[in-house]
Design a protein around this ligand. Structure first.
Ligand code: ZN
Length: 170
């Protein structure tokens, strides 16, 4: 079944669609008027491939399943934007692209995983506080001072806890 995305939202909220998956023609971000292909019931391939009905119609990009779309609509509502189609679209796209719920309307893209890890490591590093030069780091080759609750400086404490080279030296 071919539907515009806004009609998918509308019908889901009205309880007029059965469970299924939607598929797009392109991987670019859809608009509310973008057409998508809804496949449901026995027409869904059990092995998770693009169902033949969607494939034959040229809809080769997997969208989301109707349950996930309902969650996206609920998420948009909880952001305080009652029946706001643009927030619903934003919520849908965010979940579709990043597999995460939109934290707030206008939220930037989440950082890629490697950046998120580096951010978390930076936060940990900074949480270690000041080094005390009067209390030298226990690492023999190190000329830094130990931090308050460790025998090591920030760098060596980091490496001792995280079991990897510390990417920071400041
Ligand atoms: Zn050290």
């Amino acid at each position: 079944m071919l539907l515009r995305l806004r009609d998918v939202f509308f019908k889901l909220e009205a309880g007029e669609l059965c469970e299924g998956w939607i598929y797009f023609r392109e991987r670019t971000n859809p608009s509310l008027d973008t057409e998508c292909f809804l496949v449901s019931g026995a027409d869904l391939d059990s092995d998770g491939d693009i169902p033949s009905k969607a494939r034959l119609a040229g809809y080769l990009v997997e969208g989301l399943d109707t349950e996930a779309i309902k969650d996206c609509l609920l998420c948009a509502k909880q952001l305080g934007q009652k029946q706001n189609a643009s927030t619903e679209l934003e919520s849908f796209i965010y979940y579709w692209r990043f597999d995460a719920f939109l934290p707030y309307s206008g939220a930037p893209e989440p950082p890629p995983p490697e950046v998120a890890i580096l951010n978390a490591e930076r936060q940990f590093y900074e949480s270690l506080g000041q080094e005390n030069l009067a209390n030298p780091c226990r690492n023999q080759s190190c000329h830094r001072g130990a931090i308050q609750y460790s025998v090591f400086c920030k760098v060596h404490h980091f490496e001792n806890i995280r079991k990897k080279t510390c990417p920071f030296t400041d």
